[in-house]
Ligand binder design. Structure first.
Ligand code: ADE
Length: 224
């Protein structure tokens, strides 16, 4: 999968793209990520990427020309283009799966109070939000999208299929997990997990997942 990221803070991506799962996926060639500095496409003397909002009000707005020029430098046949914005469609499991099926994604990081609205229409771009709260920019949301999507790219996760049981994949949160030691601060690992009875373990996990969902996310259950 190819991913092009457009930002005015390319440095934010350095270590996240080097470490852990993302780093490994890039190193092994499963993922081809290219980070572009929008500022390099600003044409005025000060290489400015923002300006005051028409109509007044606080904060600055990202100018349309540098962002559009930057994304258009990929050519007309570029991949599905997404602008990270708190005013977008909210990211969930379904959208992550949809994006993971794309061969090429273009992720545009907004900053300041917003991005000139014409950018969305001209590129065109879909607006995506990672949740109902406002961050200072689209860089962290871009990393959230990238990591969630990358986990579904075949070969990226070590044990194939391990994400099929993750939270949300079966309409429930994931069941609790335990590892050694068998007793920690007086709390023992549930006996069934060391019983070797796989049918019983499966039943326990299903029940425990249901219980956790009831407690933490009742809205995910039919009667919630
Ligand atoms: N930029 C600022 N806040 C955001 C959010 N919640 N989702 C996506 N992009 C954002």
């Amino acid at each position: 999968m190819r991913v092009d990221i457009f930002t005015i803070f390319p440095g934010i991506f350095e270590s996240p793209l080097r470490e852990s799962l993302l780093g490994k996926a890039i190193e092994t060639g499963l993922l081809d990520v290219r980070v572009h500095d929008i500022r390099g496409f600003a044409t005025d003397r000060h290489r400015s990427t923002d300006d005051e909002p028409y109509g007044g009000g606080p904060g600055m707005v990202m100018k349309p020309e540098p962002v559009v020029a930057a994304v258009e430098s990929l050519g007309p046949d570029r991949g599905r283009t997404i602008l990270l914005s708190p005013a977008g469609r909210r990211l969930d499991r379904d959208l992550v799966h949809e994006l993971a099926a794309e061969p090429w994604l273009v992720l545009v990081c907004g900053r300041y109070e917003g991005v000139d609205e014409r950018v969305v229409e001209v590129l065109p771009a879909e607006e995506v939000s990672i949740g109902d709260y406002v961050l200072s920019g689209g860089e962290v949301p871009t990393l959230v999208v990238l990591e969630a999507v990358t986990r579904l790219v075949p070969g990226v996760i070590g044990s194939e299929g391990s994400h099929e049981r993750d939270s949300f994949e079966e309409g429930l949160l994931d069941h609790p997990h335990y590892t050694r030691p068998p007793e920690f601060r007086g709390m023992r690992v549930p006996e069934v997990l060391v019983s070797g009875n796989h049918a019983e373990i499966e039943r326990w996990r299903r029940e425990a997942a249901l219980e956790k969902t009831r407690r933490n996310r009742p809205d995910m259950l039919p009667d919630g």
